[in-house]
Design a protein around this ligand. Structure first.
Ligand SMILES: Cc1cc2nc3c(=O)[nH]c(=O)nc-3n(C[C@H](O)[C@H](O)[C@H](O)COP(=O)(O)O)c2cc1C
Length: 351
């Protein structure tokens, strides 16, 4: 009888220890809920009060701001992310570069310690928070306003199959009804879909295109493949070139200088006087210097190049020289451009 009892208690201990050591990444949704329910019961009233206080503390804190290049916000796209161990931050940084976006990192007013995210400990802070949909951890230096941003990439790690509760704090703090919110996440293996549904239910969002889950360490090329597919990215790789009342569409090049140019002219269209040069191009000075990454290129009709960092040249013929690509006028022949430009100096507007 005693032996049977011993065997039964060893078996019970084994089952319990395998539950508490199960990595979240491997927990199917059903099991996650089971573990969650257990954790939930362990939550003491004192802990609940701490969580409530944290939510209340959110107001009245000093406010933070988004940063762009030179530490000043400048884009209409914002990459917001929360990343406790750095995986999501790496993806966010690729997106900031790809979109030429401003950025804002969500940090908790009470930072998450290693013990706080020790998911093997069922009563660790992260587990407790994830088991209570009403917890709203306070954000340190919340961004004052999202005015001026049309598109917001929202990045986070998956915690127990969902977005961390601090993402809910962020979402409930602003009005997203006229914004596009594009979620992205990193995880051990769980997908993004549960968190996407949670986000859509939590607040009113203008548009929420399908988000994307990345594994930790995903390279920039993969992130770019996803970014390039997004409607926001597609729309944003075009500019308009106006020459003598004729409007031409320009497809931007995949260079830093082209992104900088796009950001600037979207804020305020720029008009540039271009002089005739060599019987193959019109060239003129831009009001700013852009990040040149020159290479020897054979420019063809329609190509728009950056020359010596601050001159823009538009080709109606061909020339081989050291340039940084800015873009290309869509669907236009050499003859059509030569006729439109004429033989003299011209004034063009980029918008
Ligand atoms: C509390 C906690 C819960 C987690 N839950 C899951 C999960 O349910 N599924 C999963 O695939 N990964 C899970 N993970 C792993 C993280 O999603 C993964 O390591 C992520 O890349 C961390 O992102 P970060 O470095 O930006 O914080 C969890 C990690 C923690 C700390």
């Amino acid at each position: 009888m005693n032996i049977i009892k011993l065997i039964l208690s060893v078996m019970a201990a084994a089952v319990l220890s395998s539950c508490s050591n199960t990595q979240p990444a491997d927990v199917p949704q059903g099991n996650t809920q089971l573990v969650s329910a257990q954790v939930s019961q362990q939550k003491s009233d004192a802990q609940k009060k701490t969580d409530e206080k944290k939510t209340a503390d959110k107001t009245g804190e000093k406010t933070g701001k988004a940063v762009g290049k030179d530490d000043e916000p400048h884009s209409d796209t914002l990459v917001v992310y929360f990343s406790r161990t750095g995986n999501t931050k790496v993806i966010a940084e690729y997106l900031i570069e790809l979109a030429g976006a401003d950025s804002y990192e969500i940090t908790a007013a009470e930072p998450y310690t290693d013990a706080d995210i020790d998911y093997n400990n069922s009563s660790c802070r992260a587990n407790r928070e994830q088991n209570d949909k009403t917890v709203r951890p306070a954000i340190a230096d919340p961004i004052e306003s999202l005015d001026g941003y049309d598109t917001i990439f929202l990045g986070y790690p998956i915690w127990w199959g969902q977005e961390p509760r601090i993402i809910d704090t962020f979402l409930e703090s602003y009005d997203f009804s006229d914004k596009t919110v594009i979620p992205f996440c990193t995880s051990g293996s769980s997908g993004i879909s549960v968190s996407e549904k949670n986000i859509a239910k939590l607040v009113k969002i203008g548009e929420q295109p399908e988000g994307r889950r990345f594994a930790a360490g995903t390279d920039k090329k993969k992130v770019k493949e996803w970014y390039d597919m997004l409607p926001a990215a597609k729309a944003s790789d075009k500019l308009t070139l106006t020459v003598n009342d004729t409007k031409l569409t320009v497809t931007l090049a995949d260079t830093k200088a082209a992104k900088e140019l796009a950001e600037k002219v979207r804020k305020e269209p720029v008009t540039v006087k271009l002089g005739e040069y060599g019987g193959f191009e019109k060239v003129g000075k831009l009001p700013w210097k852009l990040s040149a990454d020159d290479e020897s290129v054979t420019a063809k009709a329609g190509d728009i190049m950056l020359y010596q960092g601050s001159q823009m040249t538009i080709f109606y013929g061909s020339n081989t020289w050291s340039y940084t690509r800015l873009g290309k006028v869509d669907d236009v022949s050499s003859d059509e451009l030569a006729e439109l430009f004429g033989k003299k100096d011209i004034t063009v507007t980029l918008s």
